[in-house]
Design a protein around this ligand. Sequence first.
Ligand code: PEP
Ligand code: MG
Length: 323
Amino acid sequence: AQERYASIRDKKAITRDGSRVHLLMNAGLMADLPSLENSGAEGVGLFRTELQFLVRNQMPKRSELVALYQRVLDSAGGKRVVFRTLDIGSDKVLPYMKPTDEPNPALGWRAIRVGLDKPGVMRMQLQALIRAANGRPLSIMFPFVAQFEEFRDAKAEVDKTIERERRLGHALPSKLEVGAMLETPSLAFAPQKFFDEVEFLSIGGNDLKQFFFAADRENERVRRRYDTLNVSYLSFIAQIVERCEISGTPLSFCGEDAGRPIEAVCLAAMGLRILSMRPASVGPVKSLLMRVDLGELRKIITDARHRGDQTVRPAVMQYLREI
Ligand code: PEP
Ligand code: MG
């Protein structure tokens, strides 16, 4: 399959109607980094830092994290890497952390909630990221932000860490971007001020979809019941795009759906211009994007909505068969 897409690897993803879509890749381990070169991805839109914590049997030391993040940035060779801070808790339990017993782990004490309540590990991680950047640009993204204040508090931790590193005489990032994942519906309704303050947003569609439909992403029985191309869900995505356009906030989509070609072209039709996916999906997604007209697709989606269709999938499939 890699062969098949080799010819378009160095091409830009430009749709028939001239829209440029940036394709990034998701990563989490050092072993993923060579794919940055092979896949043709323009950068790492989501680096899941928890994987490094999950494969160990004790808490990594700060110096180990510095070395690791340094290697990640070195092998990215100047391409942008968005580091997502630790997304653990409840179901993703670290063997060396005290387990919590929660009735609904997905709705529980996880990700940024842990980071803000027990900031020790988050501070160590922020420090390690700044040291690893060592004067290079740095992008940090907080997972599972559900309200403005959580982002503000997390951002304040970054500012404090920067200040501490400055006093200690470490080189500061030449450019620092601090963003958030939009994976709870509540954040889409955050005050305008949030959209003005956050430097970039990334839709975590895996979580956003499970919370939008109240359907567990791990539960096969209910997971397949709700289509990503469901009209209500796509309108919700379009509303998020619109809010980001008003504030000029760069928005990407980094859930698994970004790597599914049909879903990806529909997300692009809803206005998304940055998609982050598993490396193997970059070729297939690019190939389909280059064949579609986003204006036509958008019209098909709007018409389906007006007809009262539940999902736009049949109409979109019909269009894709025709082109
Ligand atoms: C998501 O929720 O879409 C996401 C990218 O994060 P994760 O899958 O790691 O929860
Ligand atoms: Mg998530």
